[in-house]
Design a protein around this ligand. Structure first.
Ligand code: MG
Length: 463
């Protein structure tokens, strides 16, 4: 029998205002999704994806790579339809990397992988780290095509432009494959917030230093944050531990609830209990959110129940409130004075409110210290209402056409955050189109695919 032991952690990082990553830690099904889109759309996209994935995988009643692929396509549809139904979520999407215990007809078990975007699956084995998924990014395609080296890609201004993502089109091209787990294997699912800050060598060193998967997950978060934490960071570490009897069956070993609940028992699937094969029955718990995922997000060990790790903001404990006793003061006002004060207050308050509304009702895109950022407010501010940073994108002045820089330096006013993201995406696409000679097919497309036109299917991964 082979056991899986899981540790996980997610963190907003040090720059982003919210966490658009989501992780799924359910018995026999693990996933990381990294959402994109303005306002809360990125969070909605990633949460929708993992919930739909879990629900569809469970509903299939089948534990196979085909069922995982079907579930991932259902997740794509769920995100797509939600984006279409909500104006403010237009253009949202998400990456997805999922790992599922699957059963074979001969009674053995394996692990199936579904992947789209630039979240990654790694295998750490005997001290070496291998990336098992291939990023669906523009730079990866250029690497595959021999036009960029991995080192050049790591600093390329368009390195975050995705060529495939979940939920941006009615159907998605999702990579699905199987891996054969062996004792001692350690699988790592992560969002790009980890590899953008740390090299494979550094990630592998942490995985080798911390045998406990929860400790390893927590330390990987710390590693990314120590390097700047410029993006949300999410990691799920899945250890394959065998004893000697039946190395081809998998049992999922639950640990303490990842989100603060008590440990629960989860036996392994078919055949029931101890000798069962593969994944246990999963129970959908859409909407359930953990309570203690803040601050390195309480990295946890696998739960026995499906759970979606929320984008967490640390739960700040309420301050101690000491009772305050006020001495009664003598009445020194008349009702007339009170009415006057109330009327004056209403007028002043209304005026301030109107100014504040005007000052804060718009967004603008600008270049700040070489970075393309989105601010809420108006360039230069209005009276004492200065603009505030709404989103720091991954793009720099080099990511957009040169001729747009003068406009951006002044601040390009847009009505909403989602419009800001669309505007930036358009600029980035213009720059890419100007730089990259797109298809025709002469270059030969990696993965047997044509490199899509960024303006059509290339998805700039915005914060
Ligand atoms: Mg990310």
């Amino acid at each position: 029998m082979t056991k899986l032991v899981v540790g996980s952690a997610t963190d907003v990082g040090l720059v982003r205002a919210n966490n658009q990553d989501q992780m799924l830690v359910a018995p026999g099904l693990y996933a990381v999704a990294d959402g994109m889109g303005g306002h809360a759309a990125g969070e909605v996209a990633s949460a929708t994806a993992v919930r739909a994935l879990q629900a569809a995988f469970e509903a299939s009643g089948e534990r196979s790579s085909q069922a995982l692929g079907t579930a991932a396509r259902a997740a794509n549809r769920a995100v797509w339809e939600q984006a279409r139904a909500n104006r403010g979520m237009f253009g949202m999407g998400t990456t997805l990397v999922a790992l599922a215990v699957v059963e074979h007809e001969d009674g053995t078990s394996g692990l199936a992988v579904a992947h789209i975007g630039d979240s990654r699956l790694y295998l750490w084995k005997q001290g070496g780290l291998d990336q098992l998924t291939v990023d669906h990014t523009l730079v990866q395609e250029l690497i595959d095509d021999g036009q960029l080296s991995p080192a050049q890609a790591s600093i390329h201004p368009q390195r975050h432009v995705l060529t495939r993502a979940l939920g941006v089109e009615p159907s998605a091209d999702i990579d699905v494959f199987e891996v054969k787990p062996q004792h001692g294997d350690r699988y790592l699912l992560c969002s790009d917030g980890l590899p953008r800050e740390a090299s494979d060598k550094e990630i592998g060193a942490v995985l080798g230093r911390y045998p406990d998967p929860t400790a390893a997950a927590r330390e990987l978060i710390n590693l990314a944050k120590s390097r700047g934490g410029n993006d949300n960071i999410t990691v799920v570490v899945v250890d394959v531990l065998a004893n000697d009897s039946s190395p081809d069956t998998l049992i999922v070993v639950p640990g303490p609830d990842a989100f603060g609940g008590p440990p629960t028992e989860s036996s392994a699937g078919a055949g029931g209990g101890q000798g069962g094969t593969a994944a246990p029955a999963l129970r959908a718990q859409p909407g359930r959110r953990g309570a203690a995922t803040a601050e390195s997000d309480e990295p946890g060990t696998s739960t026995s129940e499906g759970d979606v790790a929320p984008a967490k903001d640390s739960a700040v404990p309420p301050p101690d409130i000491a009772p305050v006793h006020l001495a009664a003061s003598p009445k020194r006002f008349t009702w007339r004075v009170l009415a006057f004060v109330a009327a004056a207050g209403a007028v002043i308050g209304g005026a301030i409110g109107a100014i504040a509304w005007y000052a804060r009702s718009a967004y603008f895109v600008t270049v700040s210290h070489g970075n393309i950022d989105v601010y809420q407010g108006r360039p230069g501010g209005v009276l004492w209402f200065g603009p505030t940073l709404a989103e720091r994108t991954r793009y720099t002045a080099q990511s957009v056409p040169q001729y747009e820089l003068a406009t951006l330096e002044q601040g390009e006013l847009v009505p909403s955050l989602s419009q800001a993201n669309l505007y930036i995406r358009r600029l980035v696409s213009q720059k890419i189109e100007a730089q990259v000679p797109l298809p025709g097919g002469a270059r030969g497309a990696p993965h047997g695919k044509q490199l899509p036109s960024p303006s059509k299917t290339g998805t700039a991964k915005l914060p």
